[in-house]
Design a protein around this ligand. Structure first.
Ligand code: ADP
Ligand code: MG
Length: 503
């Protein structure tokens, strides 16, 4: 494992207030389970379908329909729990959370209040190379998503799309261990990364497959430490919850705004009222949505349609053995196996597909060089053109082929970049394309020597200057490279120029 320094969370101190205040943040992240069918029905979960086409009788809450638990979704939740080093509860149970909403035909959401499937865990949040923070996970429970009300299609009517109704969600609840906007974004980013590695949630925030309710409060310096020592929430300030955030940037902006709003209230002698708020990205403000509801408002009770969910330890163990290598382990391995910096390892492991691509390029080759090419040339180019690795016009085998030509001394670094360019636009086999374009580095010392002799003979004045000031030898190297049409091996030219000039 990497040698990480675990910093105490760095409380963000808000400037401009009369007194010093610190931020306390806890997140409830709703992650859509990556599954082809819904939590309690066989209806498809495919995104972007014709409204109300992915709706079974169960989803539409037709009378007499009974929910049937989807084993795959349960396995995905267990896998996610294991990925967060959390306790897996072999017995959990579903409860009904009752409320009325047009996009909730059942009149209740099936969730897990009293007995969640996953208990306490933790997430290591990377803040900078070598610096990480721990955020405790309180629980993960499974629940159904609601549908979607559409208000902007018609001036007088609203529409309801039930395609999303009944899709499985995992609600991942953190302890209030997050101390600033950047930490909150980094925490969501790490959760997303872990779940994408696991294949349990695709993490697509734009489609709403990963969204967060952000709880924010402010306290005075020293109070959080009292909370940590006692786990007594009364040391913390009253929190407000900002609902349904699906952008890292907005999460940060909303926290910042909300903290300042609360501080202004307290410093004016007022009290923060616990409530649910919405963030308005256009105005950059949060506004009140409703006063905070309590569990009893929902009249939770065990869902009579579903038996308690009992799973076996052997099944959990089986899932545990099928776990892929997770980001922290992969990053540590990249640093030790390939001798790369933690920074580079971070870049290469950010997405699991990127890491796999890199390893294919690096296999049997110089890992550091492979890392440089993948990060600088390939990722640089992909980013510029807004492509993901899956859309790369150059395959790992092709890039590996380019590196092989460099390693054999057949092409220079400069030629390799030109070759990369041609492969990017025209494709082809690296060795064949290099041959076709006459890319061949001259390593034959005889030929290089002749070129060096020629340049030296033609420039006696420069020779005198270089002998007095060896730094000027570079000029000769440049001339020789030019004379050989950039095909001479620069290292060999350097060596010969120094030798011939007697430096
Ligand atoms: P509820 O059931 O009312 O939503 P929870 O106890 O489940 O309340 O807490 C919800 C989230 O709020 C958790 O992520 C928790 O860490 C966070 N939280 C609780 N108290 C505070 C606080 N004082 N400041 C910030 N976040 C908090
Ligand atoms: Mg809650």
């Amino acid at each position: 494992m990497l040698d990480l320094t675990y910093e105490a969370p760095k409380p963000k101190v808000i400037s401009g207030a009369k007194e010093d205040w610190e931020l306390v943040i806890g997140l409830e992240v709703h992650a859509q389970v990556a599954s082809n069918s819904k939590l309690f029905s066989g209806a498809s979960t495919e995104f972007g379908m014709e409204p109300n086409s992915n709706v079974s009788f169960v989803d539409a809450a037709m009378p007499g329909m009974l929910p049937v638990i989807n084993e795959f979704c349960v396995a995905q939740a267990v896998k996610t729990g294991l990925g967060l080093k959390a306790k897996i509860n072999l017995v959990s149970a579903f409860d009904r959370k009752n409320y009325f909403y047009p996009d909730l035909p059942q009149g209740y959401q099936i969730s897990q209040l009293y007995h969640p499937i996953v208990g306490e865990g933790e997430v290591i949040v990377d803040m900078a190379p070598g610096v990480a923070r721990r955020v405790r996970i309180e629980r993960i429970h499974m629940e159904q998503d609601a549908g979607k009300s559409i208000h902007d299609l018609d001036p007088t009517m609203s529409f309801v799309d039930l395609n999303r109704t009944g899709v499985a969600l995992m609600e991942i609840v953190s302890r209030p261990d997050i101390r600033g906007p950047e930490e909150a974004a980094a925490y969501v980013g790490k959760l997303r990364q872990i779940m994408r590695y696991l294949g349990t949630c695709d993490g697509n925030m734009q489609n709403g497959n990963l969204r967060a309710d952000v709880n924010v409060s402010v306290c005075r310096p020293g109070d959080y430490e009292k909370y940590q020592a006692t786990q007594d929430f009364s040391h913390l300030g009253t929190r407000c919850e900002i609902k349904n955030m699906n952008s890292m940037r907005f999460i940060q902006a909303a926290i910042e705004y909300e903290a300042r709003r609360q501080i202004a209230i307290i410093e004016d002698g007022g009290k923060v009222v616990q409530e649910t708020r919405l963030y308005d990205p256009d105005k950059g403000e949060t506004r009140s949505m409703r006063s905070k509801e309590e569990a009893h408002d929902y009249r939770y009770f065990p869902c009579p349609d579903l038996l308690p969910l009992e799973i076996e330890q052997a099944w959990v163990d089986e899932i545990a053995t099928s776990m892929p290598e997770l980001p922290d382990a992969k990053k540590a391995r990249f640093v030790t196996d390939y001798g790369m910096t933690e920074y580079d390892a971070n870049v290469l492991t950010a997405e699991v597909e990127n890491a796999a691509f890199f390893e294919e390029v690096a296999k049997g080759r110089d890992g550091k060089q492979a890392a440089n090419w993948v990060i600088n040339e390939l990722f640089g180019r992909l980013n510029k053109e807004g492509h993901s690795i899956g859309e790369s016009p150059i395959s790992a085998a092709q890039l590996g082929g380019v590196l092989d030509l460099i390693a054999k001394g057949e092409i220079s670094g400069k030629m390799a970049k030109d070759l990369f360019e041609i492969l990017w636009t025209e494709g082809g086999d690296p060795a064949e394309v290099a041959a076709k374009h006459g890319m061949k580095q001259v390593t034959d010392t005889g030929a290089i020597e002749a070129a060096v002799d020629e340049v030296i003979a033609a420039n006696p004045a420069q020779v005198e200057k270089a002998k007095a000031n060896p730094k000027l030898a570079g000029w000769f190297v440049g001339q020789v490279l030019k004379a050989t049409g950039g095909k001479a091996n620069p290292a060999a030219v350097n060596e010969l120029v120094a030798k011939k000039l007697g430096l």
